[in-house]
Write a protein that binds this ligand. Structure first.
Ligand code: NAD
Length: 353
């Protein structure tokens, strides 16, 4: 495939990541960056990367076919539309916009200017997610009725623009967008009927510094997505349970452990002695009625995101991260904001995509 000429807008934490990983994907040539701050442009030069002096210079450079946008969230829409109007294909960082209306405007602009637009949903290549996707799709757990996905840190919300509402800060927009996208990838075959979301404000009053989001899927499946930034011991990264077994990924670096039930009834359950009495109901099972197995971490290469998108630009592949999927995630986030504001569950007109 002929390589794509690319430029990166925003040379901060994620912009730097893009400059390295686009090149490692071997499908793109990095032509330069533009950052609004001279000190970041200077840093790029020191790193051997060409820095455009202005946005206009970058967008006016006819050899650039694709721009990757890695600037604060509130500016994504305007920058994406500007870049497409200038004839560039666009990869925009997540969360692509702050509302479904804004996202639709981007899609309309992509149609109007005939450009390919997508969002950097890189966490579709995370091994922990891929193993849970396999656990669900394998059917080994029977009828799955619970899935839990969590990221819990202990350093509070970052002190930069992520802590401020006007820049599109907050953990639902920052991490929620990934975890919702993953959950919709795991539970690929059911509509969401309603959801309930509650924000935390432990260290930040202005935006959520964590949240608990429950998605109620059809068929009685509840999925909990939880992000926290004041947790000094974390709960398992992923947990899934069904009528035939349970699965857990304790930490994102671990394999996925499955415990499946071979025989429902047990004759000789040994009671557990707690300080206040005995329980058979909650006594753990032994190996006579259950089997333990593992889904090993798969081989996954996040560079396939760029490879797919660049091939799509050349008309050689369909985009993996589609507009319909991005809109579905956006609508779930919008409903989650509404639910927190109302303090009650919210119904969804959801369709599977
Ligand atoms: P950052 O603050 O480290 O960097 C942002 C950069 O954009 C800064 O250097 C700033 O000077 C520059 N900038 C701001 N406005 C600009 C403009 N109008 N034109 C050009 N440059 C401008 O932030 P970050 O962590 O790099 O986050 C940037 C984006 O990347 C956000 O949307 C964030 O959500 C996303 N992100 C995605 C992932 C992921 O895994 N997909 C991870 C981290 C961040």
């Amino acid at each position: 495939m002929e390589k794509i000429n690319v430029a990166v807008i925003g040379y901060g934490g994620m912009g730097g990541w893009h400059t390295r990983h686009l090149l490692e994907s071997d499908v793109a040539t990095l032509c330069g960056i533009y950052d609004i701050k001279e000190e970041r442009r200077q840093l790029a030069r020191e790193n051997g990367i060409y820095a455009y002096d202005s946005l206009e210079a970058l967008l006016g450079d006819e050899k650039i076919e694709l721009v990757t946008i890695a600037i604060p969230n509130d500016q994504h829409k305007e920058m994406s539309i500007k870049a497409m109007a200038a004839g560039k294909h666009v990869i925009c960082e997540k969360p692509v916009t702050l509302s479904a209306k804004d996202l639709q405007e981007i899609f309309d602009a992509a149609d109007k200017y005939g450009r390919l637009f997508t969002t950097h949903q890189n966490r579709r290549w995370d091994c922990d997610y891929l193993m849970m996707k396999e656990a669900y799709a394998s059917g080994k757990l029977g009828n799955v009725f619970g899935v839990e996905s969590r990221y819990q840190g202990s350093r509070g919300i970052p002190g930069d623009w992520r802590g401020q509402k006007k820049y599109g800060g907050g953990m639902l927009l920052d991490w929620g967008v990934h975890l919702i996208d993953q959950m919709l990838g795991i539970v690929y075959d059911r509509r969401i009927e309603s959801l309930y979301c509650k924000f935390d404000h432990i260290t930040n009053d202005e935006v959520d510094d964590g949240f608990k989001l429950d998605l109620y899927f059809e068929g009685g499946l509840t999925a909990r997505i939880e992000v926290g930034t004041s947790h000094f011991v974390a709960l398992p990264r992923f947990y899934m349970t069904g009528t035939g077994g349970s699965a857990v990924v304790a930490d994102w670096r671990d394999a996925c452990k499955l415990v499946t039930c071979d025989q429902w009834f047990e004759k000789d359950v040994k009671p557990v002695v707690t300080s206040a009495g005995l329980t058979k109901t909650m006594a753990p099972r032994d190996e006579k009625t259950t089997t333990e197995s593992y889904i090993e971490r798969p081989v996954s290469d996040v560079h396939d995101f760029y490879r797919n998108y660049c091939k799509a630009i050349r008309g050689e592949a369909e985009m993996i991260v589609t507009h319909a999927q991005l809109m579905r995630v956006m609508k779930v986030m919008e409903a989650a904001f509404k639910s927190d504001e109302l303090g009650m569950p919210v119904k969804l007109e959801d369709t599977i995509c």
